[in-house]
Design a protein around this ligand. Structure first.
Ligand code: AMP
Ligand code: ZN
Length: 466
């Protein structure tokens, strides 16, 4: 069965056929490092993580680039307000971004290019040069360079805008604007005093790049003129991705992106979670409520990426319950499986993966997982599941968890606990039950419980469902 994705460009579900065999090139718009990312941003990054992991599970070899926007209107404004250089200002947000990725078990992209990297600035200047030569870009009276949108007839196709109705006339300097203010957009912004020390030399004078150009430059430099998939949140469709298509295709002469995938927003009380509305939670805020990385990951992952997801703490509590159910099921399976050899070809259907083939239908995939949990729990109640089948289910879970990354953290026991455990094993082999019970008590005092199974003693940490 083939993989299908909803392509924003065509507004339809299409079969996924990469440009080059089983190699897939993905570009994902990364964070603008002017403050801590909010969990809405992480919904987008977790959706992209699911995308990559599923493609890999299906045998594709994925190369992914995620940019770091470390110069734009917002970072410059932030650094000025903080009285710091741009680099010093963005450094701490870059650092926290990478910590958050690990905390949420998001697989790292192959590269995280930074817009201020001289090679990327060089590529931006090269692209503008190309566009100037073709007379698609021009320098205005304000010394900034603009992209002439009427020289790119496809402009507006991604966002499905009708330019005749919108009648663009103006020029826009800022990076973000509504479609009512459509116009020639800035590729290079001439230095003004608000930019302070932030400036690069160019053939058109001192200045800095526009945000849209940054992504075109980093994508084409690192992944080539045409890529398979480009992702972001729906807010990126216009003007950001629309501008990326115009710049990249006009400069390189190649088609830019095969599949455009956009995730719907994380909402708070029905409104987009965003910094500008002030209705946002950072990851740290949710952690302070006592939630772990995998619980937050699950809460952001469990709804199909194209559906808006409302963030609530009730939803977080539900996520915790769902994970507890998975944990308990795995524990039962482990107890039953012992060291049995997995029964071949069991379970026989890979319905979980097939559900994800359908435009990453995670709700259907999770429903398959819970059906399996329900059915096998029932079979275990009736003592109908064999140890070999339990072992096979655990093996199946390994593959599922490779995508979901929801397995409980396995805390490692201290050498002291391990030594007591070894003593207890010896006492039990001598049938010294009194000593065995004493040692169990000692181990419990150190925060661990023991279950005696056919396969031997099973140690687990005493925790509050985390
Ligand atoms: P930014 O740092 O604002 O450039 O955003 C980084 C990524 O997060 C982009 O792909 C945005 O589309 C995405 N994003 C921003 N807000 C939300 C939200 N509330 N829900 C989902 N994705 C979002
Ligand atoms: Zn971008």
């Amino acid at each position: 069965m083939s993989i299908r994705f909803y392509n924003t460009y065509s507004r339809s579900v299409e079969e996924f056929i990469p440009i080059e065999g089983c190699r897939v090139r993905i570009y994902t718009c990364g964070p603008t490092v002017y403050s801590y990312a909010h969990i809405g941003n992480y919904r987008a990054y977790i959706f992209e993580d699911l995308l990559q992991r599923h493609l890999e599970a299906r045998g594709f070899q994925v190369t992914r680039v995620m940019n770091i926007t470390d110069v734009d209107d917002k970072t410059i404004r932030g650094s000025r307000e903080a009285g710091l250089s741009l680099n010093d200002f963005t450094a701490k947000f870059k650092k926290s971004f990478f910590e958050d990725l690990d905390f949420l078990r998001i697989q790292r992209a192959d590269q995280f290019p930074e817009a201020t990297d001289p090679s990327n600035i060089g590529r931006m200047i090269e692209m503008i040069d190309e566009l100037m030569t073709k007379d698609i870009a021009y320098q205005a009276d304000d010394k900034s360079i603009y992209f002439r949108i009427n020289r790119f007839p496809q402009y507006g196709r991604l966002a499905h805008l009708n330019l005749d109705e919108l009648r663009p006339t103006s020029r826009v300097q800022s990076d973000e604007y509504e479609k009512e203010h459509i116009g020639d957009f800035a590729l290079w912004k001439a230095w003004d005093e608000k930019d302070g020390q932030v400036a690069w030399d160019s053939p058109w004078g001192k200045g800095r790049p526009g945000w849209h150009l940054e992504c075109s430059a980093m994508s084409t430099r690192l992944l080539g003129p045409e890529i398979d998939i480009h992702c972001g949140g729906v807010d990126n469709i216009f003007p950001h991705h629309e501008a990326e298509i115009a710049q990249s295709e006009s400069a390189t002469g190649h088609h830019f992106v095969r599949y455009w995938l956009h995730c719907a927003h994380l909402l708070v009380d029905g409104q987009k979670m965003s910094k500008s509305l002030g209705n946002f939670y950072t990851l740290r805020d949710v952690i302070e409520h006592g939630y772990t990385g995998r619980e937050i990951r699950y809460a952001l992952l469990r709804v199909n990426y194209r559906l808006p997801l409302n963030f609530t703490f009730d939803g977080m509590a539900e996520a915790r319950q769902s994970l507890l159910r998975i944990d308990q099921w795995l524990e039962r399976l482990q107890d039953l499986a012992g060291d049995a050899t997995p029964e071949p070809a069991f379970p026989n259907a890979d319905t979980f993966f097939v559900a994800l083939d359908d435009d990453l239908n995670i709700s259907a995939a999770l429903a398959e997982l819970y059906d399996r949990i329900r059915a096998t729990n029932r079979a275990m109640d009736r003592v109908e599941l064999t140890p070999g089948q339990a072992a096979a289910l655990l093996e199946w879970w390994e593959g599922v968890n490779q995508i979901l990354q929801l397995h409980r953290d396995i805390p490692s026991a201290t050498p002291e606990v391990l030594a007591l455990l070894a003593d207890r094993a010896a006492a039990r082999s001598e049938k010294n039950w009194t000593r065995s019970d004493e040692l169990r008590y000692e181990i419990e005092k150190l925060g661990w419980t023991i279950k005696d199974t056919k396969a031997g003693q099973k140690l687990s940490k005493i925790t509050a469902n985390k």
